[in-house]
Design a protein around this ligand. Structure first.
Ligand code: SAH
Ligand code: SF4
Length: 401
């Protein structure tokens, strides 16, 4: 059973003022510059930028009015020039297992006349952690054959502010900001931590490394001690294998890396994860070996979706172990989550166990990921919004980025 709420978020009725620049997602220097641009002195701007970051990311403010350490006059100037609103909530569903899925609606601040886009964000509470699964794009340009998101064309990249907006809105709904209310409808929060969201995974809709700059900017703010203060060890970026951006991810963002491997032979991986035709397994694993900061304490997670009679034989398991030799790695076996129209089936639990056994005996921890939120269609690879495609012209413009 799941509960679906349709919420009328306040911002839906707020008048949209075209020229107000969104502040969420700006680095501190960029924020200070935005203040200079509206006539605030450089010195004051630096101080205000720090105050604003604190209000936005630590206190979760959505109104300048709340910012009581900023004078009333300046607050008014800020409100006239900038926006700090969050996405609208189109729906919020709660699974019987406590998993929550939101459909968030964003309007593109750069083109306010374009139709809004919808993205899905999922919260997964467990005993010792609470993980937020965040989207990086609306749809995906890639077409992995077992992934529901892959059947939806790319609509557009999300901005850094929109990526952070998912985290901020989830925090608000889970009562994670100071003075916030925990959800009344049975939302479990992990024990031993005073925050509902302890981990973030870039495993929602989209390929994060095809939206590198915005993802980087968002994750640097999420992990900053003056921003959302999430430890970089608790942020994981999952990629299907965009090789040229793997090294920069480690060097510039320095978060944990997950690779959607799913096959051990190029011939099969070309079919399952077509980006493999561009960057085949050997190149991908070479990039992994050179991932900055890689060590036994900071392993790469290799994701492997278990597809019946496709990639789940004993020989596949042994080849997986052979391929990963020498790379500090964890292997995450994901039972395939079916969706309407797919031709794949999930491997049987006996087969998954046997596969896991071979991998375990080779010395790898290989947890089998328990599907969460299946009743609300929130499990891995099931996310797909109904947002329509943009015009060909807009898609071409995006592809040229
Ligand atoms: N685009 C990125 C991140 C999003 S997908 C990537 O591909 O890595 C997060 C994980 O879910 C990936 O490992 C993806 O391959 C996997 N996945 C996709 N569809 C799935 C499905 N139907 N069942 C199980 N896992 C799936
Ligand atoms: Fe895109 Fe990842 Fe789905 Fe592949 S698995 S289509 S890269 S979201």
């Amino acid at each position: 059973m799941s509960i679906a709420l349709n919420l009328d978020h306040a911002s839906a009725t707020r008048p949209q003022v075209k020229s107000r620049k969104p502040l969420v997602g700006l680095s501190k220097p960029d924020l200070a510059q935005a203040l200079v641009d509206i006539g605030i002195s450089e010195k004051e701007s630096r101080m205000r930028a720090s105050q604003l970051w604190n209000w936005l990311y630590v206190n979760g403010a959505t109104e300048f009015e709340r910012m009581t350490n900023i004078g009333k006059g300046v607050r008014q100037v800020l409100a006239d020039n900038f926006r700090i609103d969050r996405p609208e909530i189109v729906s919020e569903q709660v699974s019987t297992d406590g998993t929550r899925k939101w459909l968030f609606r964003f309007r593109d601040p750069a083109s306010p006349n374009m139709p809004p886009v919808d993205v899905e964000t999922v919260y997964i509470p467990e005993e010792d952690r609470g993980t937020l699964c965040v989207s990086s794009q609306v749809g995906c340009t890639l077409t992995c054959s077992f992934c529901h998101t892959g059947t939806q064309k790319l609509v557009r990249n999300l901005t850094a502010g929109e990526i952070l907006g998912q985290m901020l809105m989830a925090r608000e709904r889970l009562g994670d900001f100071p003075g916030g209310q925990r959800p009344a409808d049975g939302g479990l929060v992990p024990s031993g931590d005073n925050r509902a969201i302890t981990n973030v995974v870039m495993m929602g809709m989209g390929e994060p490394l095809y939206n590198y700059d915005n993802v980087k900017q968002a994750l640097l703010i999420a992990s900053s001690g003056e921003g959302m203060s999430l430890s970089k060890r608790r942020i994981t970026l999952s990629t299907s294998g965009v090789v040229p951006y793997i090294e920069p991810t480690g060097r510039e963002i320095d978060v944990m890396l997950a690779i959607s491997l799913h096959a051990v032979r190029d011939e099969l991986r070309d079919m399952l994860v077509p980006i493999n035709k561009k960057w085949p397994i050997k190149e991908l694993l070479d990039a992994c070996r050179n991932y900055p900061g890689l060590s036994n304490a900071r392993r790469i997670t290799f994701e492997y979706v278990m597809l019946k009679d496709i990639n789940d034989s004993d020989a596949d398991a042994r080849e997986l172990v052979r391929l990963l030799a020498g790379i500090p790695a964890k292997i995450n076996l994901i039972p395939f989550n079916p969706w309407p129209g797919t031709n794949y089936d999930c491997s049987s639990s006996e087969r998954i166990e046997k596969f896991a056994d071979i991998v375990n005996r080779a010395g790898y921890a290989s947890p089998v990921r328990t599907p969460r939120g299946r009743d609300i269609y929130a499990a891995c690879g099931q996310l797909k919004s109904e947002t329509e495609r943009l015009s060909k012209k807009d898609r071409d413009a995006l592809a040229a980025l």
